[in-house]
Design a protein around this ligand. Structure first.
Ligand code: NAD
Ligand code: UDP
Length: 325
């Protein structure tokens, strides 16, 4: 029997890769998106597929449909975009989650929610394990996203414990790859686009802050394996790890300073005159970030396999082609 999946935010960077992957597994896929940061061009080649449907809709408004699986991705993810309309961001995160959970409750769909490493804030523990509660500012410029995502996790936990909704959460660490918007504002797209245009790379602060970069294919693999885990096996896993709700980190544990990343991008584009300029560090910019992925590895038999050099080359090729269109 053909399985039906709903992807909220499916016209965005990660959602478009997930839609393609689900179609390749013979799913019927519905993408629901208000195109706030996503684009039709990300799903253009899917529109002719008879198993694919696009619905222009805002997740803060209720929606209806019978699906086996719901992947909840709707939410701007780049700081410049989520800070553009902070009230909408926190509403999208929390009310969008509520609408997804209500639909799942009524239709018995399984939910996979995309949370974020931002729920750890500027972490005082390193690397970050799922058991860490975080160090987060409630009233800063990143709070609309961080606290929205934290409240969404709480709501998912409560629908799971009180009503028995099957909800699984991934805390995604910095992910990159083709289909990122060139004006997305995140560090990898910015550095590549700046270098391709012959502009200097803008490092915020002194570049000593760290991040860990996961290629999108690795993330999609983890998401698909997680959704496939049998409910009983997942409950046993959670009991063994004292998790009230299934939540796992997904990310690549290789850690780089932002300065090292800039040097990598410059080295990958030797024909360009790569230069660096320094700009002020934004408020509440986390100093360090690196996932502990032991739980994901144990539960899913999963580890990221795409090295930064390979992922960067593929992303550079995508942005080169994008620039020509
Ligand atoms: P993205 O901005 O490319 O995609 C988000 C999608 O959600 C876009 O298509 C956007 O139009 C849509 N959207 C936003 N608000 C909406 C609303 N109110 N109603 C309907 N659609 C709406 O970002 P992404 O990188 O693909 O992120 C996808 C998910 O993964 C997000 O929930 C994000 O928080 C999470 N995540 C991403 C990363 C990362 O590094 N890319 C890291 C952590 C978490
Ligand atoms: N950053 C930077 N220059 C840029 C964009 C980002 O130095 O043009 C830095 C940013 O300050 C942060 C890191 O790169 O320390 C990652 O930023 P991004 O916006 O990609 O994600 P997040 O801060 O949410 O991890």
């Amino acid at each position: 029997m053909i399985r039906k999946a709903l992807i909220t935010g499916g016209a965005g960077f990660i959602g478009s890769h997930l839609a393609k992957r689900l179609l390749s597994e013979n799913y019927e896929v519905t993408v629901l998106d208000n195109l706030f940061t996503g684009t039709k061009s990300n799903i253009y080649d899917l529109l002719d597929n008879r198993r694919f449907t696009f619905i222009l809709h805002d997740v803060t408004q209720p929606f209806w449909g019978q699906f086996d699986e719901i992947y909840n991705l709707a939410c701007p993810a780049s700081p410049i975009h989520y800070q553009r309309n902070p009230v909408e961001t926190i509403k999208t995160s929390f009310i969008g989650m509520m609408n997804v959970l209500e639909l799942a409750l009524k239709t018995k769909a399984k939910v996979l929610h995309t949370s974020t490493s931002e729920i750890y804030g500027d972490p005082l523990e390193h690397p970050q394990r799922e058991s860490y509660w975080g160090n987060v500012n409630t009233i800063g410029t990143r709070s609309c996203y961080d606290e929205g995502k934290r409240a969404a996790e709480t709501l998912a936990r409560d629908y799971h414990c009180e009503y028995g909704v099957d909800v699984r959460m991934v805390r995604i660490f910095n992910t990159y790859g083709p289909n990122m918007h060139p004006q997305d504002g995140r560090v990898i797209s910015n550095f590549i686009m700046q270098t391709l245009r012959g502009e200097p790379i803008t490092i915020y602060g002194d570049g000593s802050q760290t991040r860990s970069f996961q290629y999108v294919d690795d993330l999609v693999e983890a998401i698909r394996r997680y959704m496939e885990v049998d409910g009983k096996a997942l409950a046993d896993f959670c009991a063994a790890h004292r998790l009230l709700t299934p939540v796992i980190n997904t990310g690549n544990p290789e850690e780089y300073t932002i300065r090292e990343l800039a040097e990598r991008v410059i080295a990958a584009l030797p024909e360009k005159d790569g230069r660096i300029v320094y700009r002020p560090l934004p408020q509440d910019d986390p100093r360090r970030r690196k996932p502990d992925i032991a739980l994901a590895t144990e539960l899913l038999g999963w580890k990221p396999v795409v090295p930064l050099s390979v992922g960067l080359s593929k992303t550079i090729e995508y942005f080169r082609t994008f620039g020509k269109n």
